[in-house]
Each structure stands twice: as C-alpha cells, then as structure tokens.
Design a protein around this ligand. Structure first.
Ligand code: SF4
Ligand code: SF4
Length: 79
C-alpha cells in the first residue's frame, strides 16, 4: 500500500497491560509490522498500513484503532 509519509500517522494502539502475548496479531499482520519479544509487543510504524486486521484478531481486545485521531485527519469536502 502506498503511504503518504508526510501525513502518515499510526492509528493502531496496543495496550501492553491487556496483552497476553498469544501472538494472534503477529500472524494476521500482512506487513509483518508487529513484533513480539520477551513479553513485549510493539508495532513497527514504518511497516504498518493501519489496515486494522490485528484489531479484529486480538482475543482480549488489547489492540485499538484510534478513531478520534482518524476524525482529526479526515478532510471534509464542501460540495
Ligand atoms: S494495522 Fe494492519 S499493518 Fe498495522 S500492525 Fe495491524 S495488521 Fe499490521
Ligand atoms: S492478539 Fe492481542 S493478546 Fe495476542 S499478542 Fe496480539 S495484542 Fe497481545
């Protein structure tokens, strides 16, 4: 997926406290953008495309799509 690097913002957040390190999200990420190492999980911002597949894969709802940030970025067309 093409990313506009200047306007790009990561919209995915992982709650480390909720995560039980099952690895489901790592398996579904099409960009290999999630790293799970020694009870720590993180997103590689440069690889993530905000596709949100990881959000739906998490059995404990530890991954969130930041809708407020998305709203801020939305361009409203006056037509
Ligand atoms: S939003 Fe998509 S690309 Fe980004 S970490 Fe989740 S599954 Fe991977
Ligand atoms: S799917 Fe959820 S619980 Fe499993 S490793 Fe990913 S964030 Fe953690």
């Amino acid at each position: 997926m093409h990313k506009d690097k200047e306007n790009w913002k990561l919209l995915i957040e992982i709650n480390q406290d909720k995560c039980d390190f099952c690895g489901c999200c790592v398996g579904v990420c099409p960009e290999d953008a999630i790293e799970l190492k020694e009870a720590q999980i993180g997103i590689i911002e440069s690889e993530c495309t905000n596709c949100s597949k990881c959000v739906w894969s998490c059995p404990v709802e530890a991954i969130k799509f930041n809708k407020d940030e998305l709203k801020k970025q939305t361009v409203v067309m006056d037509i």
